[in-house]
Design a protein around this ligand. Structure first.
Ligand code: AMP
Length: 511
């Protein structure tokens, strides 16, 4: 069993079919993709890389990402996708932990040699051309077989609490993730196309798997990133695109649609499906997105330890406005995806009744094998066959999961629990608020107090008093922010997640 067979199958079926695009230009047919990946596999094996060895990908989005990924799997190797925005020091830590000798980079992301790497290949260099030169016959290069429990993708957690951990994602995990896409997210036709605008080292890169399973096309924007105008134009040129992005990136698309005066019909010409997840999507934001871009959204909730597969909020549920619980559902993350079971547990791991708030546990074939060389962390995360996600939420009687926050983001003020997301949801409905993030600041009297970082919409002049009145009209008094910090932007990582740790660091502890 190997994910490489997915490519072999498509290449056999229709070798001449254009499958990989760079902008609107064809980068590779199915046969070329397979031949380059097979050639790459052959050369890396000949260079002494053994099945199970790790190779690092530290680069901006590039069509060669796909050739490297499938080439690595063809050779039985493990890919370590690294966030392109990491500091070289952080990458070197990952390199050492993963015990990787080879790294494939783009010079913009990695201008200098990485310590610990023996072979650092710029993927736009002549060395890379040679490594990726097509095998004369891809059928003649055997796929290195792997077991379902062998690691395929060693994904490093963002490490907001301590050192990043290498999550061992297996062949089976990724096959399961790919099939769950069809069961829970969207049907994929051969003429569909996925666009890699968000970083390929994260969620959207994994969605290459279901799109290859379905024989669909793969598009890397010429800019290599998120440029809303470019994406709308690309979709209009190639046919409606599907993608995955964090809510902050979705917001950029929606802002563009509004500023450019586009209608939902225009949006339909450019986008088939926009899957969002990875961070909270606030009610006000999804309502605006649906209004401006029409019913082309699906939400997923997952994490590195069960990639892309925990829950999904289907297009149907997002559209079902007549349902009495419609707004609750919009604010939820949907129901457990097909391959997993889910439960809410108390601190001792006991299952809690419907409606009660506790930690979200997940079980199923999408859940990681464990943390690389870290049995203690594995034992803490997977207990009695359940993954402890660290997320806090509750299930309703129909199976919809509403996430509160990560347990470490919970604010405890005067002994009462405050979920930042609830306060953020309210702030975002205040006129003139573009973005908001709420954290707890240490306080001598209350333990913690609520502090809101608010990004005003352009041209809006906000005051503490106005926001206070707005919050008091909708929130219990003890939950309202005690302080507002007006900022031009919120700190975010490369995947579009707001960095609450960075916000907390800005708050000075009491003297
Ligand atoms: P990562 O492992 O970097 O993908 O981060 C996973 C974490 O992001 C989860 O544990 C959640 O805390 C958060 N997350 C993922 N999807 C969603 C979602 N749809 N809504 C809210 N938070 C989410």
């Amino acid at each position: 069993m190997s994910l490489a067979h997915l490519l072999l199958r498509q290449a056999r079926l229709d070798p001449g079919r254009a499958m990989v695009f760079h902008g609107s230009a064809v980068h590779a047919s199915a046969g070329q993709w397979a031949a380059r990946s097979a050639g790459f596999a052959q050369r890396l094996r000949a260079a002494g890389l053994a099945p199970g060895e790790r190779i690092v990908l530290f680069m901006r989005n590039h069509p060669r990402y796909l050739e490297l990924l499938w080439g690595a799997w063809w050779a039985g190797l493990v890919v370590v996708p690294v966030n392109a925005k990491l500091h070289p020091r952080e990458v070197e830590w990952i390199v050492a932990d993963a015990q990787a000798r080879w790294a494939f980079v783009t010079h913009d992301v990695a201008p200098a040699p990485l310590a610990g790497i023996e072979h650092q290949i710029d993927i736009e260099s002549a060395d890379a051309d040679a490594l990726l030169a097509p095998a004369s016959d891809f059928e003649a290069v055997p796929v290195t077989e792997r077991g379902p429990d062998d690691t395929a993708w060693l994904f490093y957690t963002s490490g907001t609490t301590g050192r990043p951990k290498g999550v061992m994602i297996t062949q089976r995990n990724l096959m399961t993730m790919g099939l769950a896409y069809f069961a829970d997210v969207d049907a994929v036709a051969r003429d569909d196309a996925i666009v890699y605008a968000a970083p390929m080292s994260h969620g959207v890169g994994l969605y290459a798997v279901p799109h290859l399973m379905a024989g669909a096309r793969h598009v890397v924007p010429a800019s290599g990133g998120v440029d809303a105008a470019e994406l709308f134009a690309l979709g209009a040129a190639l046919g409606p695109l599907s993608t995955f992005a964090a809510p902050t990136i979705v917001k950029r698309l929606v802002d563009h649609a509004e500023q450019a005066g586009l209608t939902p019909d225009d949006a339909a010409r450019s986008f088939k499906t926009i899957v969002y997840g990875g961070a909270p999507m606030y009610l006000a934001d999804i309502q605006r997105a649906l209004k401006l871009m029409g019913p082309r959204f699906v939400q997923i909730y997952g994490q590195g330890e069960t990639p892309m597969v925990a829950t999904a909020l289907a297009r149907y549920h997002l559209a079902d406005a007549a349902h009495p619980r419609h707004l609750d559902r919009l604010a939820s993350v949907g129901v457990a995806q097909t391959p997993v079971r889910m439960r809410i547990a108390d601190a001792a791991g006991r299952e809690l009744p419907t409606g009660e708030i506790g930690e979200v546990l997940v079980q199923g074939d999408s859940v990681m094998a464990g943390y690389w060389r870290n049995p203690e962390a594995t034992a803490a995360a997977i207990r009695d066959g359940w993954l402890y996600t660290g997320d806090v939420g509750c299930l309703d009687g129909h199976g919809f999961l509403t996430l509160k926050d990560r347990s470490k983001d919970l604010i405890i003020s005067g002994g009462s629990n405050i979920y930042p997301r609830e306060v953020e949801e309210v702030l975002l409905t205040a006129p003139g608020v573009a973005e908001a993030a709420v954290v707890g600041a240490p306080d001598a009297e209350w333990g913690e107090v609520v502090v809101a970082f608010v990004v005003p919409a352009s041209g809006a002049a906000l005051t503490d008093e106005e926001l206070d009145v707005h919050c008091l009209a909708q929130l219990a008094r003890f939950k309202r922010p005690k302080r507002y910090e007006f900022v031009a932007e919120l700190p975010k990582n490369n995947y579009g997640k707001v960095l609450k740790t960075a916000l907390r660091e800005r708050l000075t502890p009491p003297a």
